[in-house]
Design a protein around this ligand. Structure first.
Ligand code: AVJ
Length: 326
């Protein structure tokens, strides 16, 4: 791996295998077979995810937006001068928050951190009409973007880091604690952290949210195989895999899998893979951990935050927790 001197981003030298190819090889040869969920978001996958957010069976996005709009003046109070959004996506939530915060707010530096260039340009566009808002983009991982965002402190005031959309649900508990620890380390005492988390709810509601009757989530999941075919010269027949969702109650997580309909041989040229999958064998593609409101408070407190407010949207089963670094 080399680094592009202009952008600072990791690039792959010609002839060497891409990070995607290496990960596909490593994860598909593990037992159980798996693929990292971050690879669900190529251009088509991101568009399918945006469609999921509009599905009546996936209430997360609308519930979070209602909470942000209702509590905006408290979240974005006059003391906040820097906002850092980790995983900004389209920027729709942040622009709703800024709009609803009203006129009490002074000038703001907004740092957008996302691995997707198209997400950053969309989010910048969504925010550019606000007065007294300066937009800075970081096309990189959460951790690196956070470190870059806290370097300048051009004017006094508190920072507010945002981690929305229940993206924290993709981390397993050790990864989650490591992530929360790195957020705390990057911030100063007194800075804020706003966390959006999907709550445990009846199993049938959870299953509908991840296995919708229109099949959009199934397309989102199976697109990962299409991406492997496109980018890594795989020979996978998409019809041979079905979308399989289960609620793992012991671990409090929704799991998304791709289930092989029959015994089949799979070849992925660029990942140097050639293997056989048994009928019924699965590839695990995503975990979405669900929490109860008090658990969210305790994981924040264990990581060096103190909870200032917690708001719950009962209809959507979603919580927004505002914490302060101590
Ligand atoms: C963006 C990771 C929060 O886990 O609910 C939606 C992704 N996966 N439907 C989630 C997703 C299937 C989503 N996150």
């Amino acid at each position: 791996m080399t680094t592009n001197v202009l952008t600072g981003h990791a690039t792959t030298a010609p002839g060497s295998r891409s990070r995607f190819a290496i990960d596909v090889r490593d994860f598909l040869t593990q037992r159980p077979r798996q693929l990292p969920s971050r690879y669900l978001y190529d251009d088509l996958g991101s568009a399918l995810f945006e469609a999921i957010c509009r599905l009546p069976w996936y209430p997360l996005t609308r519930a979070e937006l209602r909470l942000l709009e209702t509590h905006a003046p408290e979240i974005l109070n006059a003391g906040v001068t820097t906002v850092i959004e980790l995983g900004s996506g389209s920027g729709a939530k942040l622009s709703a928050l800024i709009a609803a915060a009203g006129s009490g707010r002074g000038r703001l530096d907004v740092h957008l951190v996302d691995v997707s260039k198209s997400a950053l340009s969309q989010a910048s566009g969504a925010l550019e009409s606000f007065e007294n808002v300066r937009i800075l983009t970081h096309e990189t991982t959460y951790e690196i973007g956070l470190e870059e965002s806290v370097l300048p402190r051009p004017f006094p005031g508190r920072r507010l880091a945002l981690f929305l959309g229940s993206n924290i649900g993709n981390f397993d508990p050790p990864g989650r604690d490591a992530f929360l620890g790195s957020v705390r380390t990057a911030l100063d005492a007194g800075d804020g952290f706003l966390l959006g988390v999907d709550l445990v709810k009846p199993e049938r509601d959870l299953l509908l949210a991840y296995d919708d009757p229109l099949g959009v989530t199934a397309a989102f999941n199976r697109n990962l195989l299409a991406r492997i075919n496109r980018e890594l010269q795989g020979n996978i027949d998409l019809d041979d895999f079905t979308h399989h969702v289960l609620w793992n109650e012991g671990r409090s997580r929704i799991e998304m899998h791709l289930r092989s309909r029959r015994r089949q041989r799979i070849r992925i040229r660029e990942a140097d893979l050639d293997f056989v999958m048994a009928e019924g064998e699965m590839i695990w593609t995503e975990s979405s951990y669900k929490y109860d409101p008090p658990e969210i408070g305790s994981m924040l407190e264990r990581s060096g935050f103190s909870v200032r407010a917690q708001w719950i949207d009962a209809a959507g089963g979603f919580a927004l927790t505002l914490a302060e670094a101590v």
